[in-house]
Design a protein around this ligand. Structure first.
Ligand code: HEC
Ligand code: HEC
Ligand code: HEC
Ligand code: HEC
Length: 209
């Protein structure tokens, strides 16, 4: 979805740039190729093109350096925010993700964990009432997974956390994100850091099962 919005915005930006560049006459873009260079300069074109190029570059930079909080990930069944819980309220990652050190599949927190607080805090908030619905019907919350790795890769947190790597090195500044962004991990993600930290590159033996 975000990619569609991004594509549409870029297209609109490009159209605006062409319109300004050609001073409201986009067909000039095509006839111009026939015209002599001298003709173009005589036509006050450069001014328009300079404005247009600056606009385009600024637009691209804006999209490229969009602050992390505004690039939002997929909608989740409950509007849970890491920024609020792990950032503002400074709840430790391990309170909600306690098995991250020990398990190959640490999983996501069960709704009991949420209710541990939310039986008391904003208990009647509509999003919290959804939690009760999952709890009462014994349904695991259908969280949408955002860190996606190919099936055949075996990843274990333990060695990584023991060697002192911070969660943020791999997951980004989760504390600043309302909705976590989807990331499809490729092998380069593992290899790059392993090369930098001189960890094993013998991946066919150790990572692929
Ligand atoms: C070296 C990189 C790395 C570090 C450091 C790291 N993670 Fe992960 N994490 C991953 C990868 C890769 C996955 C995806 C694993 C998979 O899909 O099997 C993942 C998955 C997860 C998941 C989803 C688990 C699931 O079962 O769906 C949680 C939760 C998580 N990490 C929390 C943390 C926390 C909390 C920390 C810090 C204490 C942390 N991670 C540190 C790489 C890392
Ligand atoms: C350690 C306590 C604690 C736990 C555990 C906890 N929360 Fe919260 N949560 C809070 C606090 C504090 C607030 C802020 C309440 C306020 O706005 O007054 C909050 C707010 C919220 C809100 C409202 C956000 C808004 O926009 O107003 C939602 C939704 C929410 N939490 C969902 C969850 C879910 C889902 C879980 C379980 C994965 C969870 N919380 C676990 C303490 C907790
Ligand atoms: C109050 C509970 C709570 C706290 C504290 C918390 N998380 Fe989470 N975390 C969740 C819930 C709920 C999800 C599933 C919904 C989502 O992806 O936003 C999740 C999902 C994740 C995922 C995505 C897993 C996947 O593949 O879908 C990662 C990574 C993660 N958390 C890392 C962290 C890190 C790092 C911290 C500390 C900075 C942290 N979490 C603190 C509740 C929490
Ligand atoms: C941010 C850096 C970083 C990233 C990203 C990272 N690793 Fe690692 N990894 C390390 C370091 C450092 C070690 C060495 C830890 C030690 O020796 O205690 C290590 C160790 C390992 C080991 C243990 C090797 C052994 O000798 O037993 C495996 C397996 C592994 N990583 C797999 C992966 C996979 C798969 C990924 C990608 C999903 C990945 N790593 C991503 C830094 C990283």
């Amino acid at each position: 979805m975000e990619i569609l919005i991004l594509a549409a915005s870029l297209l609109a930006l490009l159209a605006t740039a062409v319109l300004i560049g050609t001073m409201g006459r986009p067909w000039r873009l095509f006839t111009a190729f026939g015209e002599s260079v001298r003709g173009i300069w005589a036509n006050r074109w450069p001014l328009g093109w300079i404005t247009a190029s600056v606009l385009l570059v600024l637009g691209l930079l804006y999209f490229y350096y969009l602050p992390p909080g505004t690039r939002i990930g997929p909608e989740q069944p409950i509007a849970f925010s890491h920024r609020l819980h792990a950032g503002d309220k400074a709840i430790d990652c391990r309170f909600c993700h306690p098995y991250v050190e020990r398990s190959n599949h640490p999983g996501l927190p069960a709704v009991e964990k949420c209710l541990y607080c939310h039986n008391y805090i904003i208990a009647n908030h509509p999003e919290i009432l959804k939690e009760h619905e999952y709890y009462d019907t014994d349904t695991p919350t259908p969280w949408v997974k955002v860190f996606i790795m190919p099936e055949h890769v075996l990843f274990n947190h333990q060695r990584h956390l023991l060697s002192g790597i911070d969660c943020a090195a791999c997951h980004g500044e989760v504390r600043q994100m309302d909705r976590l962004q989807e990331r499809r991990l490729k092998m380069g993600f593992c290899i790059e850091c392993h090369r930098e930290k001189k960890a094993t590159l013998d991946c066919w033996l150790s990572c692929h099962n």
